[in-house]
Design a protein around this ligand. Structure first.
Ligand code: FAD
Length: 297
């Protein structure tokens, strides 16, 4: 049995280590979605996140909406906003213009990504002939433009296009060496995968924070689809927990909170103090998880 004194999740508020939380949103497409977006932002803002980030639609398809949202988050809520940015299908000049647009709007945090080809993550990536070659190249480009706080992506189960673990970790190292401040991981459901990844990165000399990306399972069917597309696996025990709950939303919702609670509590007890939540523009579950970690409005 683990002594409660050795578990961060059992310590009192004054004994607990300082936490850093961040919340990821996607730019809403409709008025109704926008209402939910702002409602969720307003409910999560009092948790004092390090930042709230807004994704960049495939191939830059949400360029204007992403900028509009991050600008408003900063001005309306005072919470620092981070804009995601990809370099797929764009020239360096086009990407640099977006970076300058962020800077001029007072947004000084960027989540810098390569992005995927329009055909999907399974397809080979060909950089634009005049474009940034990959995320490491993009990070170096952003650094040349201004003093941004830069996050990059990391993959506890290896990026599907990395030939092997060494190639994957080398790539993360290149992104950090190019000037990234931290890495945020792809969703994962087995904490062992994340902890092994952390060990691999530390052994390779990567000292920058690697923040677990936590995906609450609002809909098992939807999240399984996302996971398959981005190369994250669904452990058999997780599938079993949600099996047969498609028609039982109440038990599904309770199971979702139980699963996410177990995941973050285990990570906290393993000494993890930074968490990034994929909110899908919803706040309920994330509010409860933050409370579980000891963070209240
Ligand atoms: P990179 O770090 O460039 O790596 C991609 C792959 O290419 C790796 O396998 C790497 O090993 C390999 N590679 C890189 N350079 C070389 C080289 N020189 N030679 C050989 N192989 C190389 N996508 C969006 O479209 N919009 C978003 O807002 C968005 N947000 C995300 C946020 C997070 C936290 C995460 C984890 C992912 C996000 N993505 C987003 C998805 C991301 O764009 C994809 O996962 C994409 O496939 C890889 O992007 P990357 O930045 O990790 O690429």
């Amino acid at each position: 049995m683990i002594d409660d004194n050795l578990r961060a999740s059992r310590l009192t508020a004054d004994q607990r280590p300082d936490l850093q939380l961040s919340f990821e949103f996607f730019p809403p497409k409709t008025d109704a979605m926008e209402e939910r977006f702002w409602d969720s932002i307003n409910r999560l803002a009092p948790l004092s996140p390090r930042f709230v980030s807004v994704t960049y639609g495939a191939g830059g398809s949400t360029r204007e909406r992403t900028l509009r949202m991050v600008r408003r988050i900063t001005t309306d809520t005072g919470v620092p906003a981070a804009a995601h940015l990809t370099c797929v299908g764009a020239t360096r000049d086009e990407v640099d213009e977006v970076v300058r647009g962020y800077r001029d709007a007072g947004v000084n945090r960027i989540v810098a990504l390569r992005g995927d080809p329009p055909e999907g993550v399974g397809q080979p990536f060909t950089p634009h002939p005049d474009g940034y070659q990959n995320a490491a190249d993009l990070v170096a480009g952003i650094r040349r433009i201004g003093d941004f706080d830069i996050s990059v992506a990391a993959y506890p189960e290896k990026h599907p296009q990395s030939a092997d673990w060494d190639a994957d970790i080398d790539n993360l190292k290149r992104k950090i060496d190019a000037g990234a401040d931290r890495a945020i991981t792809q969703m994962f459901f087995s904490n062992a995968d994340f902890l092994r990844y952390l060990e691999r990165a530390r052994k390779a000399g990567i000292t920058a924070p690697i923040v677990p990306g936590i995906q609450p399972i609002h809909s098992f069917r939807q999240i399984s689809g996302f996971a398959a597309r981005c190369g994250a696996s669904i452990p058999h025990w997780l599938a079993e927990r949600f099996d047969g709950l498609d028609e039982d939303p109440e038990t599904h919702a309770l199971m979702a909170s139980a699963v996410a609670a177990e995941q973050v509590t285990e990570l906290l007890d393993e000494g993890i103090t930074e968490f990034h939540f994929y909110t899908l523009n919803r706040s309920n579950l994330v509010l409860a998880l933050a409370r579980l970690l000891g963070r209240r409005p």
